[in-house]
Design a protein around this ligand. Structure first.
Ligand code: SF4
Ligand code: SF4
Length: 501
């Protein structure tokens, strides 16, 4: 202790009258916060190790535990806040880049919360989703820009390959390695139950999950881990990952400690070696290069699968999306700057990229203005938190949404933001067998299905309230949205009027 000491961020409050020294908390905490003092027959806490994952709180049989934020603060200073100073101490100690996980926690504007949804009154009756049909199915992929007929007047129905979703939601990329086998299994089985898709991320596809291929998006990232012909054939769609909202402009890094057993085999790299994806794809430096990869993947899979190109929401996203729409890709996935991750440099996560709401609105407008909106479907992610966010995203122009953090919360994640440590006490972001088994994939699947069914019902209610009975009729219908507390510029980019107008 001394110059290197930083007061712990959290305090463990143990109610000694309730504690029965059962040592459940000791067994449950992979961070080794709790221990038993045999001599004095009491439980002790080492708060320097606590990440506030709430596992002990949730499992303590007598509700004896509470984790609170420490009120031990440095002297108040508007310029030099407590967190900022402690980050400097940590870097002065280690000389390293600060790492964190999950999404940007800074108080940046959340535009979803400044957008309000319309409802029908008097002249345009609302629809009761319990009594009237309501369509939540969507198809992702290239659409014809007009109805075409053959020489006999018959409509030509040949479409480019499409993804069919029972509702406009998919589970976004989370690699096997960054999350556990049981977390992957929960996502894969839930996607099958729901009639949607989950995404392998860049870690390859474990052999046990090939049977979920129709509900799988297989990813091709710059590291090309686990990519081979059978893998490409296995999925219903292939996603080229160019960028990620939590860390735009940089590659990925899964530490060697997580590259064990099946993870190393699935990624096709040796055990214990760091899995480092380069920042760029080393064969892509232009839209023409991207087009080559898009068509190579189509060629390799017989032109049967839609190709998704995933990018982070960055400053010139509309122009980038326009290029992607001309590259032959069928779907553009845009990941906003609040998107989650298993590990990212803190400074990048908290300062690079733009909010998904602004990116989506400007991309949809640009593609419409250029007459190429039907060339591609748009999928957005990066902190989609509930059914209302989805309805707003569709009305702003998205075809579907990707969710990841919300899905992990359904699996038990408590957003402690320490996935990079590999000691996830909820069995999600870990490869340690004793932790992985804490997540029962059957229960995980059931909870994901429950969450999605609840959201599906809410989406129907919100649409019914607007007098709209299908996602197709809602898509890009910005008249259904109004802004509140936004500047003229923000309203202009979002393409919506202010509330009251
Ligand atoms: S789990 Fe609760 S009751 Fe058991 S030792 Fe820990 S604090 Fe005490
Ligand atoms: S997945 Fe686990 S380690 Fe990551 S934030 Fe959630 S609870 Fe914490």
């Amino acid at each position: 202790m001394g110059i290197e000491f930083i007061y712990p961020e959290f305090e463990v409050i143990r109610n000694d009258k309730r504690c029965i020294a059962c040592r459940v908390c000791e067994r449950q905490c992979a961070n080794e916060v709790h221990s038993y003092d045999e001599d004095n027959k009491i439980m002790l806490s080492d708060e320097t190790k606590c990440v506030n994952c709430q596992r002990c709180v949730a499992l303590c049989p007598t509700r004896a535990l509470k984790i609170i934020k420490s009120d031990c603060q440095l002297r108040e200073n508007a310029n030099w806040q407590d967190d900022t100073i402690k980050e400097i101490y940590k870097q002065a100690n280690s000389g390293g880049v600060l790492l964190s996980s999950m999404g940007n926690p800074k108080p940046m504007p959340v535009y979803w919360d400044k957008i309000l949804i319309n409802a029908s009154q008097v002249t345009n009756p609302s629809i009761d989703p319990l009594r009237e049909p309501m369509e939540t199915k969507v198809f992702l992929g290239k659409k014809p820009s007009q109805v075409e007929k053959d020489e006999n007047g018959q409509i030509i129905c040949q479409l480019e390959p499409q993804l069919e979703l029972s509702m406009p939601v998919m589970f976004s990329a989370m690699s096997y390695g960054s999350i556990s086998y049981n977390a992957h299994k929960s996502l894969a089985t839930a996607a099958r139950h729901l009639g949607v898709l989950y995404n392998t991320g860049e870690g390859g596809l474990h052999e046990d999950f090939y049977c979920y291929g129709e509900n799988t998006i297989v990813q091709v990232a710059s590291g090309r881990f686990g990519v081979h012909k059978d893998y490409l054939e296995a999925g219903a769609a292939i996603e080229i990952k160019m960028g990620q909202g939590a860390k735009p402009g940089i590659g990925g890094h899964l530490p060697g400690t997580k590259i064990v057993g099946d993870v190393s085999r699935t990624r096709m790299i040796p055990e214990g070696s760091d899995a480092i994806s380069p920042a760029p794809h080393h064969d892509i430096y232009s839209i023409e290069d991207l087009r080559q990869l898009v068509y190579s993947l189509k060629e390799a899979t017989g032109y049967k699968k839609p190709i998704i190109v995933k990018v982070a929401a960055v400053h010139n996203i509309a122009a980038i999306a326009s290029g992607i729409a001309r590259s032959g890709a069928d779907i553009i996935a845009i990941d906003g700057f609040r998107g989650g991750t298993g590990a990212a440099p803190t400074r990048i996560r908290d300062n690079v990229g733009i909010p998904i709401e602004l990116a989506l609105a400007s991309v949809d407008k640009r593609l419409r203005d250029e007459g190429i909106r039907n060339n591609v479907s748009i999928v957005v992610g990066g902190s989609i938190r509930n059914a209302a966010d989805i309805v707003k995203a569709i009305a702003l122009g998205a075809d579907a949404c990707y969710i990841a953090t919300a899905a992990l919360l359904a699996l038990g994640c408590h957003l402690c933001r320490t996935c990079q440590s590999g000691r996830c006490n909820w069995g999600i972001a870990t490869q340690r067998p004793e932790l992985v088994k804490r997540l029962n994939p059957e229960i995980g699947c059931e909870r994901l299905v429950n969450l999605m069914n609840a959201w599906r019902h809410e989406i129907k209610e919100l649409m019914g309230g607007m007098g709209i009975n299908s996602i197709e009729a809602l898509r890009g219908n910005r008249l259904m949205l109004r802004g509140i507390g936004l500047t003229d510029k923000e309203l202009e980019i979002l393409g919506i009027s202010h509330a009251g107008e």
